[in-house]
Design a protein around this ligand. Structure first.
Ligand code: AOS
Ligand code: ZN
Ligand code: ZN
Ligand code: ZN
Length: 404
């Protein structure tokens, strides 16, 4: 234990922080990384190919294993079908296990087939809706084969012009298709429904906001929940409020962490607005301590949804994971008893200060101590860079597939 850490711990204990509890929470916290974040991805203008990116799912898993090795908190990997389609999913499961990993959420792709030009599950043509539904059912089968219990749906459907589609008909089509998908879920499976206000469609999106995701998932039943992607809101939206509201309703099932300045930029998590990330964790932790919301909070799938256009993929992923861990650690330090008292006294200044002071606390000594106790190196990024893995994979050449 370093002297720096001892001093840090003493200071926190004097403030009433239960260090044992904080460390336990940090050690058990896990976040899933996306297979597509390891491949080449881009903006709608250009995908810059990088040397050394994975050429198939197996290599994506190898890279994900590196992130898990140095951070100790990423044992699952989300997959995207058909980008990650293989003949034998048994082999995928086996290879993942060899690498100390498991397959996480299975993401259907309802946006890259020419047939989906005017929509997939909301398409006015019954045969296209059938095809899209079949793809969802195929993803459920794949999830069963790889022992995953999450189907994560992002629906790109929408229209570009007023009059182009019948909003209510499309809503009915979607309800019908989702019902069929929902009924095919296994006992322990969940359907997480993402929302997004725009893009690729620019006039309307069929699942545009959390209220619509909430409505669809409520009608479906308890196995359907809302997925909150941090890049999918209009500017200025109070995301932590949405999170708290959905927690209270038992209807938040997962996150897609990323960051943005303007739109759905899919930048490194916590790179632009770390305070927002911290405030989201603050709500999650508070809910985890409240009996009525503890179960929902305990079942949240924390996932990164990030596309790296100019960044080297593995370091960008490690940076996101570390930023998430940092925000979470800071949120664990909020003195909730004092905050409650301040709220009850309508003490605006004290309440704001309690939250902000936790955010301003340097948690690096704590994170280093936790990593040491987990048998990890104190600086995951530096350790990864030094490992030489980044140079080793250059022999893969060019041509990995990601967000194409
Ligand atoms: C798209 O905007 C959504 O965030 C999706 O969750 C995700 O980026 C996509 O499924 C990856 O292709
Ligand atoms: Zn997403
Ligand atoms: Zn997105
Ligand atoms: Zn995004």
């Amino acid at each position: 234990m370093s002297d720096e850490y001892k001093l840090w711990e003493k200071k926190q204990q004097d403030k009433g922080v239960n260090i044992g509890w904080v460390k336990e929470r940090l050690k058990s916290f896990k976040v899933e990384t996306p297979s597509w974040g390891y491949g080449d991805s881009g903006t709608r203008f250009k995908t810059f190919k990088q040397v050394g990116v994975p050429r198939n799912l197996f290599e994506k898993l190898e890279d994900a294993a590196q992130v898990n090795k140095y951070t100790g908190m990423c044992p699952t990997v989300a997959i995207h079908i058909p980008w990650d389609k293989v003949d034998d999913y048994g082999k995928v499961k086996e290879y993942a296990a060899q690498l100390g990993l498991k397959i996480g959420a299975v993401n259907p792709n309802l946006f890259q087939d020419d047939d989906y030009k005017f929509g997939s599950l909301t398409n006015v043509k019954p045969d296209i809706r059938r095809k899209a539904t079949e793809h969802m059912l195929e993803c459920i089968d794949i999830a069963k084969e790889v022992d995953s219990n999450i189907i994560s749906l992002w629906l790109a459907d929408g229209t570009n012009y007023p009059g182009q589609g019948d909003f209510r008909m499309r809503k009915h089509y979607l309800e019908q298709c989702l019902k069929e998908v929902y009924d095919a879920l296994g006992d322990n499976m969940r359907l997480l429904i993402e929302y997004k206000c725009f893009e690729p469609a620019f006039y309307h999106t069929d699942i545009a906001d959390w209220g619509m995701s909430y409505t669809f998932s409520s009608k479906l039943g308890p196995k359907a929940q809302v997925l909150v992607d941090l890049g999918h809101h209009l500017q200025g939206t109070n995301v932590e409020h949405i999170v708290a509201f959905l927690l209270d309703e038992g209807k938040i099932g997962g996150f897609h962490f990323n960051n943005r300045k303007y739109a759905d930029d899919d930048l490194i998590v916590g790179s632009i607005n770390p305070y927002e990330l911290f405030l989201i964790f603050n709500e999650l932790i508070t809910a985890s301590l409240d009996e009525s919301t503890a179960q929902t909070a305990a079942n949240i799938a924390y996932m990164i949804d990030q596309s790296h256009c100019i960044e080297p993929k593995i370091p960008a992923m490690i940076r996101s994971v570390l930023n998430i861990q940092t925000a979470y650690a800071k949120a664990l330090l909020v003195n909730r008893n004092e905050l409650k008292q301040a709220q009850e006294a309508d003490d605006v200044m004290a309440a704001e200060a309690i939250v902000r002071e936790a955010f301003e606390t340097d948690v690096q000594p704590l994170l280093e101590a936790v990593r040491e106790e987990m048998g990890l190196q104190p600086d995951p990024m530096a350790t990864y860079i030094k490992s030489g893995y980044g140079e080793k994979i250059l022999s893969r050449g060019i041509g990995g597939k990601g967000w194409e």
